[in-house]
Design a protein around this ligand. Structure first.
Ligand code: DX5
Ligand code: ZN
Length: 224
């Protein structure tokens, strides 16, 4: 298995965002996770296109964009043109899942589908063939720094099994987002996640600085 860390800049120091991003890059994080919140699908409002454009200019890391917005179909093209590489939207946020995937692919980007803790993996399976990434939320979306929900293990295992059985393990990444830290990363890997989002564990300063945190996870992933 090849594992990847996707540091979520939601917990970064916004006044020194370029410095924080540079540290993740130097330490070898291949992805950067960009959480967009609309104050409607989730209670909070985070950041959007202008920041994405600025971030795009400062790094060549894969911009792993997580849209927590209602009716994402309204904005997909715009996120693509602002420099997102992977565009992940929520199954619960739209009646037009397949159309969203098509819009993202037509824009030349990778399409991800996210499911909330209360949504079963089965709901995402009809779209698996068309996806590049499936995101299993391991917290309720909307805030950084929450605790990993233990039932996420079972969902990740179910998703991993479905991806493997469909022969899609090379194509569809399985991402986990929420509460990933040094204590929980192992169980998420064991359950089958290959792309691991970490916000407060990288930028929160509780377990070392940004550079050494990214290095910690990268070393772990190399050992498998
Ligand atoms: C939560 C966001 C996450 C968040 C994760 O709604 O989607 O990406 O930044 O933060 P941590 O890693 O602190 O749980
Ligand atoms: Zn996220």
């Amino acid at each position: 298995m090849e594992y990847r860390l996707s540091p979520s800049i939601l917990s970064a120091d916004f006044l020194h965002l370029a410095d924080d991003i540079e540290k993740t890059k130097e330490a070898g994080a291949p992805y950067l996770h960009f959480d967009v919140m609309d104050g409607d699908f989730v209670p909070q409002i985070s950041f959007g296109m202008p920041i994405l454009k600025a971030v795009r200019k400062t790094t060549d890391q894969v911009l792993d964009t997580h849209l927590m917005i209602r009716e994402p179909e309204r904005y997909l093209k715009e996120f693509a043109s602002c420099g997102a590489d992977i565009i992940t939207f929520h199954l619960e946020a739209t009646f037009h899942v397949k159309d969203c995937i098509d819009i993202i692919h037509d824009a030349g980007k990778k399409a991800g589908l996210a499911i909330n803790p209360e949504t079963g993996v089965a709901a995402a399976l009809p779209y698996l063939q068309d996806l590049d990434l499936l995101l299993v939320m391991s917290v309720h979306p909307g805030f950084g720094g929450q605790k990993y929900l233990p039932e996420s293990d079972r969902k990740l295992k179910e998703a991993r099994k479905a991806i493997d059985e469909a022969g899609l393990s090379e194509k569809v990444e399985l991402e986990v987002d929420g509460g990933i830290n040094r204590e929980t990363v192992g169980r998420a890997m064991e359950a089958g996640a290959t792309c691991l989002v970490a916000g407060s564990a990288v930028f929160g300063g509780k377990q070392g600085d940004v550079y050494s945190s990214v290095r910690y996870y990268n070393d772990l992933f190399t050992r498998g």
